[in-house]
Design a protein. Structure first.
Length: 270
């Protein structure tokens, strides 16, 4: 693993698939020109609209998203994470919420399906029933790359389940990715503290791409795409407008923090 720059992109995606992909392509290009070698796009980067519409168009969204990720990674010569986006779940009428990691040569490096589904009634009046359209995955994914380190994949609501990240770090993850579409309501109180906790307790870098702003109906997302170091310091914050957070992922810093606080070696429970 070498030192490198990573980007967490922040978008305001809509139900217009092609328009979202155009914005994403431009952002991957900006990140690449700013020196990023790992670029991460938020959950729902390709489509953020009504669940029913998403389900109906899942096959096309999946096909376009995957073609896009392969093309953009190759064109801009970056390792690119996209997701989640819906991929049809065979044998069911639902889809998975899938995140895909693609290398600069366009090869598929890892594929993760969101484990924890957001079925929540929020006090602001919004109701989320992700399991109406999505089935959960059943596999943990740590992608081992010589250049960028070991990358543990997760998506959005997974962030609230520390045991997932503990398992990823126990499997060798050094960088945790959490592409998200966090609600504005929960994000203001929980987003930073949960991301920083995952970084601190696992002594890992955390890279969290985000959705921001008004999408449809009363859906509003929080923004603040973040990159956090293994000590829990926030290295970059994209604020609340579309753009990106860029910061250096430094294996020297990772090793230093792991020497100072060897918590991963002090675990008593499996
Ligand atoms: O709202 C939309 O349509 C887009 N959002 C999503 O697709 C996903 C699943 S519904 N959102 C989350 O997981 C938010 C989690 C979260 O916000 C928390 O844990 O507090």
């Amino acid at each position: 693993m070498e030192s490198y720059f990573a980007a967490a992109v922040q978008m305001t995606s809509t139900a217009d698939l092609e328009a979202n992909l155009e914005v994403a392509y431009e952002f991957v290009g900006i990140a690449a020109r700013r020196g990023a070698r790992l670029v991460t796009l938020p959950e729902n980067f390709a489509f953020l609209g009504l669940e029913a519409e998403k389900l109906e168009q899942a096959a096309r969204i999946a096909e376009r998203s995957e073609k896009f990720l392969h093309t953009a990674a190759r064109d801009w010569q970056v390792t690119l994470l996209g997701g989640g986006y819906p991929t049809p779940a065979e044998g069911t009428a639902k889809c998975y919420n899938t995140a895909l990691l693609v290398g600069p040569d366009g090869s598929e490096l890892g594929r993760y399906r969101k484990l924890h589904l957001f079925d929540v009634n929020l006090p602001d009046g919004n109701t989320y029933r992700e399991s109406d359209s999505v089935v959960p995955g059943h596999e943990l994914v740590v992608v081992r790359t010589p250049a960028l380190g070991n990358i543990g994949l997760s998506v959005c609501y997974d962030l609230r389940f520390p045991e997932l990240y503990r398992a990823l770090s126990a499997q060798g993850a050094q960088v945790l990715t959490v592409p998200s579409a966090f609600t504005a309501f929960t994000g203001k109180d929980h987003w930073r503290v949960l991301l920083r906790a995952r970084a601190i307790e696992n002594t890992c870098y955390v890279i969290a791409a985000a959705q921001t702003g008004e999408h449809y109906a009363r859906r509003q997302t929080y923004g603040h795409a973040l990159i956090i170091d293994p000590w829990g310091n926030m290295l970059a914050d994209a604020g609340d407008t579309p753009g990106m957070a860029i910061a250096e992922i430094d294996p020297g810093r990772l090793a230093q923090v792991r020497r100072q606080l060897p918590v991963l070696q002090h675990r008593q429970l499996p």
